[in-house]
Design a protein around this ligand. Structure first.
Ligand code: UT7
Length: 334
């Protein structure tokens, strides 16, 4: 039996603190002109000092649950895609569960399975595949999939080649096999990776960076990236993966209402759209306002696309992403 997988609530959270390109000009040798021409980014949002990825994630989760009409106590699985977790342990999922008021005795359907996973910028697409797999063995599951990032905490503000690119945000969806409040059905997901390219994007702070109490931390704890190599891989894999998902579902891009690629760079978004022969009306971009928020870009973009009338429930939607690992994937929502 193949149990269907429906998204029945969508939420997003973007911090109110706006950091413009003019603000970046005060930090590093850069210009609004360079950032706009090379990336399309005009501004990004940073979390306040007293907020973490879990706070952004909990806010997005509450919005998604409210739309689904589901109480937090009814969630059975809480999956968090993040490459900027609050801690190495406990998981950001457990932190968010705590912030949603969930404990061992609070769940109406029993205790919640909580876990983080790291597929970097591809986390949301990977999470959709995890959710639909979980539904096959737990058809009554109510899955909260959260993508939450605090990239500003791992941005090297002395490195102009990366610090202008990133922002903080979170998005969340509620997923179940009940069609009752369905916004979209997750029809197909394809996820891929190439670990031989793992060094193209790196964020340290794990146990491979040996450190003792009192040691100073170095730049290896922060984002580093070989930009142009990543650019080429991103264009190639997002295009090919998307085409493969359409092919195996007997669809063409004419059948798709909206294509939402990972929001890292407007030039990448345009290059993928051109490679796939898509007009600008079919390709969604909001990287101008948020920068690259890693796993959060896709649910935030879905939220924005719906808010601005570009996307409505039941429209055929193709998502694709690419990120550190390297990882990439595409998802077909109908
Ligand atoms: O989310 C995961 C996936 N990530 C991505 O997809 C990101 C992929 N990569 C990119 O988006 C682009 O490669 C970047 C935006 C990171 C860089 O754009 P680029 O066109 O590849 O520029 P570049 O790194 O080749 O640098 C061009 C020049 C260099 O100067 P020279 O060597 O030509 O004199 C850089 O030093 O631009 C210089 N530069 C800057 N200048 C002003 C680099 N960063 C800056 C800056 N402001 N912020």
């Amino acid at each position: 039996m193949n149990h269907p997988c429906y998204i029945c609530g969508l939420g997003a959270f973007v911090p109110s603190r706006v950091v413009s390109n003019a603000d970046m000009e005060k930090l590093v040798e850069t210009s609004d002109e360079w950032i706009t021409t090379r990336t399309g980014i005009k501004e990004r949002h940073f979390l306040d000092d007293d907020a973490n990825a879990s706070d952004a994630g909990a806010s997005a989760a509450k919005a998604a649950l409210a739309e689904a009409g589901i109480a937090a106590e009814d969630v059975t699985h809480l999956l968090v895609a993040t490459c900027t977790p609050d801690h190495l342990s406990p998981s950001t999922a457990c932190v968010i569960a705590g912030k949603l008021g969930l404990s061992a005795s609070s769940g109406r359907m029993g205790s919640v399975m909580c876990m983080d996973f790291n597929a970097a910028c591809t986390g949301f697409v990977y999470g959709l595949d995890l959710a639909r797999s979980l539904l096959q063995i737990h058809p009554d599951a109510v899955i909260l999939l959260v993508a939450a990032e605090a990239l500003s905490r791992r941005t090297n503000f002395t490195d102009r080649s990366t610090c202008v690119l990133f922002g903080d945000a979170a998005g969340a969806v509620v997923i179940s096999s009940s069609a009752e409040k369905a916004l979209w059905e997750v029809k197909d997901v394809k996820c891929s990776s190439d670990g031989s390219l793992r060094d193209l994007i790196h964020i340290g702070g794990g146990t491979a960076e040996h450190i003792k109490v009192g040691d100073a931390i170095g730049p290896e704890w922060f984002v580093s990236m070989q930009g142009m190599a990543v650019f080429k891989q991103a264009v190639r894999h997002m295009s090919e993966e998307s085409q493969q998902v359409l092919d195996r579902n007997g669809l063409s891009f004419d059948d798709i209402d909206l294509f939402i690629p990972h929001q890292a760079n407007l030039r990448i978004i345009k290059a993928v759209g051109e490679r796939l022969g898509l007009g600008e009306d079919k390709v969604f971009a909001n990287v101008q306002h948020y920068g690259n928020t890693s796993a959060a870009t896709l649910p935030v973009a879905m939220f924005d696309a719906r808010r601005t009338g570009r996307l409505a429930p039941g429209m055929k939607l193709l998502l694709t992403s690419f990120g550190g690992g390297m990882t990439w994937g595409s998802a077909l929502l109908v």
